[in-house]
Ligand binder design. Structure first.
Ligand code: SF4
Ligand code: SF4
Length: 310
């Protein structure tokens, strides 16, 4: 490929950021690929584009009103439909295709990275609480020694930090200085030479533990978020779920402990209880209503507002 041909448009980091904001991103940063050298090949952008120079990160804001409507028990489904499904399944694709075209028209490669909600790389035993099912690619194998097993999924949290977009909070989400954790992220791995930003070096998460206290399922601990525990309470297993009925889990011997958020779940016990937690329809692509109301992220947002960090 003819990289950087003089007949092609010259693109700068500033032009990319300006276009990203014009297309609806709330934040854009560019991370130097050198920050990923030596990282796990299953999550490394260099496994996708070996001659990459940079990862461009984009934060797409989710309107805070969607979160607050859940907090106040007024409306739930629009958060999932617009804040999760539409943002990740429609907006993100169109946005990435437009940004990618801009880069490729300038003569460089653009490997577009959107969220991968339905599966996990081989060996990743966690789940995605937002979706009905998550599959581990356990039967995939590498095509050669030292090569990654397909599919590679980049570490979104690390990429956001490297791109200077925010910090990882105790609740496991990226905290951005303007939007808190009310953003979703997409990336482009490219071989375009670009002026890069420094990794995020601010201090937002002060380990106040408000997110830990707010989670109805006690899914957050010092060691991070237990995705299986989260998945049960994201689906509304706690009594704070306004759609909970007297009939739900009526004959279950641990009903009280479950509704109080006192039960611990692993993969098997979580999957066994999912059929009972069927309060609202799924959206297209299997996204579930969020019936914990994202209490962890809302508590974090309110705390950071109170202390003047947002
Ligand atoms: S609520 Fe507190 S501990 Fe939790 S992520 Fe936010 S700042 Fe960090
Ligand atoms: S508040 Fe909800 S999203 Fe946050 S950790 Fe708990 S169950 Fe998961």
């Amino acid at each position: 490929m003819n990289k950087g041909n003089k007949d092609r448009p010259v693109l700068t980091a500033a032009m990319i950021k300006e276009r990203a904001l014009a297309l609806g991103a709330g934040a854009c940063g560019i991370g130097d690929i050198r920050h990923f050298v030596g990282d796990d090949i299953q999550h490394n952008p260099l496994s996708i584009l070996p001659n990459a120079t940079a990862v461009i990160g984009f934060g797409i804001p989710v309107p805070r009103g969607l979160y607050f409507a859940m907090r106040d028990k007024r409306q739930y489904f629009n958060y999932t439909s617009l804040g999760v499904k539409y943002t990740d399944e429609s907006f993100a694709e169109i946005f990435l295709l437009k940004m990618g075209a801009m880069i490729e028209d300038a003569g460089y490669d653009a490997c577009l990275q959107r969220s991968v909600p339905g599966f996990r790389v081989k060996g990743d035993k966690s789940t995605n609480p937002e979706t009905a099912r998550t599959y581990e690619l356990e039967f995939a194998s590498s095509v050669g020694d030292g090569k990654a097993v397909p599919d590679v999924i980049i570490d979104y949290n690390k990429a956001a930090v490297v791109c200077g977009l925010g910090e990882i909070g105790m609740h496991g989400r990226v905290i951005n200085p303007k939007y808190g954790s009310f953003m979703r992220y997409v990336f482009i791995i490219t071989d375009m030479p670009l002026e890069c930003d420094e990794p995020f070096s601010g201090s937002l998460c002060d380990r106040c533990a408000r997110c830990i206290d707010a989670c109805p399922g006690r899914a957050i601990g010092e060691e991070g978020v237990d995705s299986w525990q989260c998945s049960v309470y994201y689906r509304g297993a706690h009594r704070s779920n306004p759609f909970m009925t007297d009939e739900c889990l009526k004959d279950h011997p641990d009903r009280e402990a479950i509704l109080n958020g006192e039960m611990r779940f692993d993969k098997a016990s979580a999957e066994a209880i999912y059929p009972y937690l069927d309060f609202l329809p799924k959206t297209h692509f299997g996204y579930l209503a969020c019936l914990c109301a994202k209490a962890c992220e809302i508590a974090c947002y309110e705390h950071l507002k109170e202390v003047g960090k947002l």
